[in-house]
Design a protein around this ligand. Structure first.
Ligand SMILES: CC(C)(COP(=O)(O)OP(=O)(O)OC[C@H]1O[C@@H](n2cnc3c(N)ncnc32)[C@H](O)[C@@H]1OP(=O)(O)O)[C@@H](O)C(=O)NCCC(=O)NCCS
Length: 203
């Protein structure tokens, strides 16, 4: 039997979050995603620099008008009004490049892409990520898509096993991709990584 689920869990898509909500979510993301990336603890300097960085990223996600992105949404999970998880989904023009994979994936097309999935450390293994990804899929279907995509580091075993459980399959493995790491001063740098592009049919 798995861990008990969260009885008060609420999962909702935010299409037009205000500045205050984005600041709260940035703070959540720094304290969960970036803290995890930094090995479980952040110095004050790292937390402050990452807060500025993340707020900029979320503001750009919503407020920058990019030609390639047609739709975007942020999905938030709350338990008694406390954020316990989030993910983003956007419909963007992408190509799944590289040698292998399906021919149709290699065509440039607008596709829904999931990103920024994270669950608070104390709320993990209770089905929060499953609910978040499920809501992102519903959002992608409401935009008229019948498949969705995501990128995940090949060595992120919890995330890869989550996505496989939910029906995602590897469309392409990119051994020369990049991921982000936190420096001592809190700046974010790109480092080489093996990344899986995963796809799920929503039909
Ligand atoms: C990956 C992550 C989002 C999973 O969130 P979660 O809410 O704990 O996941 P769920 O409870 O919905 O798990 C659903 C299934 O995923 C798999 N899974 C989740 N965490 C796992 C782990 N640590 N080890 C192995 N499998 C795991 C299991 O199959 C699980 O089902 P089960 O609990 O019935 O066995 C969470 O660990 C996290 O926030 N990690 C840090 C950020 C991150 O890596 N994000 C992904 C970026 S691509």
């Amino acid at each position: 039997m798995g861990a008990p689920r969260l009885p008060g869990l609420d999962v909702a898509a935010l299409c037009d979050p205000d500045d205050r909500t984005l600041a709260d979510l940035s703070s959540f993301f720094v304290g969960s995603f970036w803290r995890d990336k930094a090995g479980g603890a952040l110095s004050e300097q790292q937390a402050s620099a990452l807060m500025d960085f993340q707020l900029g990223e979320f503001k750009a996600f919503f407020f920058l008008s990019r030609e390639s992105t047609t739709q975007r949404s942020l999905i938030r999970a709350t338990e008694h009004n406390q954020t316990v998880g989030m993910t983003c989904v956007e419909a963007a023009r992408v190509t799944v490049s590289g040698g292998g994979g399906r021919k149709e994936d290699r065509r440039s097309a607008v596709r829904p892409v999931l990103s920024n999935l994270v669950v608070a450390e104390g709320a993990r293994r209770k089905g929060v990520a499953e609910r978040l990804v499920g809501e992102a899929e519903v959002t992608a279907m409401s935009w008229g898509f019948d498949s969705c995509y995501l990128l995940v580091c090949a060595d992120n075993a919890p995330a890869v096993s989550l996505y496989k459980k939910l029906g995602f399959a590897v469309a392409f493995e990119d051994d020369e991709a990049k991921t982000s790491e936190v420096e001592q001063d809190g700046t974010v740098k790109s480092v080489p990584a093996a990344v899986l592009v995963m796809r799920k049919s929503l039909k």
